[in-house]
Write a protein that binds this ligand. Structure first.
Ligand SMILES: [Zn+2]
Length: 196
């Protein structure tokens, strides 16, 4: 079953706790150590929290004033779990849209990112899910989503330097097809953090 294009996952906490205890033993941890006694439960709690999306109401408003310039929210913080290593990746999202008939409260843009982040993810999929959701819910003239994230599975394992960022983008409608709009969106969103 899917909601908003995401698979609805059921988390079996007891099974997660048993698996975490097995993992600890397999990692050579001392199964009797008092400090580890609560670890399987904590692991289950942590995964349950990280993988349970918060439903939210997508409140939109009529674009009564006919606003027809880009609306951009920059540097929305997010974190998610990489489905390949079960390690976090975290960073910022920049989201913009060129409104049509409806506009959406800016705080909802952060909720959308958080909703799709609480999943076993890859950054590319997260990016396109956020863009697709905005396209479906708002039917804007264009949507742009840029995610910049550090993946701990890369930065902690020596493949990449600490702090190296992976950047993904999804551009739809006028943000993709109209050169001026695309330029404007990318200029607003791809400045490095030093420029802020
Ligand atoms: Zn990974």
């Amino acid at each position: 079953m899917t909601v908003n294009g995401t698979h609805l996952r059921r988390i079996n906490r007891g099974a997660v706790e048993r698996a975490a205890a097995d993992l600890l033993r397999a990692l050579g941890a001392d199964g009797d150590a008092e400090a580890l006694e609560e670890t399987p439960r904590r692991v289950a709690d942590a995964f349950a929290e990280l993988l349970t999306p918060h439903e939210f109401r997508a409140t939109t408003f009529p674009n009564d004033d006919g606003y027809d310039e880009l609306i951009v929210a920059r540097s929305i913080p997010f974190h998610s779990l990489c489905m390949h290593h079960l390690l976090p990746f975290h960073g910022v999202a920049h989201i913009g849209y060129l409104p049509g008939e409806r506009i959406i409260g800016l705080s909802k843009l952060g909720r959308v990112v958080e909703y799709f982040s609480r999943d076993l993810q890859i950054q590319e999929r997260l990016t396109t899910q956020v863009a697709g959701w905005l396209q479906r819910e708002l039917e804007p003239k264009g949507v742009g989503v840029v995610l910049e994230a550090e993946h701990l599975c890369m930065s902690l394992r020596g493949v990449q330097k600490l702090g190296a960022k992976t950047v993904t983008s999804a551009l739809l409608g006028a943000v993709r097809d109209d050169a001026r709009t695309r330029q404007e969106f990318l200029a607003l969103t791809t400045r490095t953090s030093h420029d802020q």
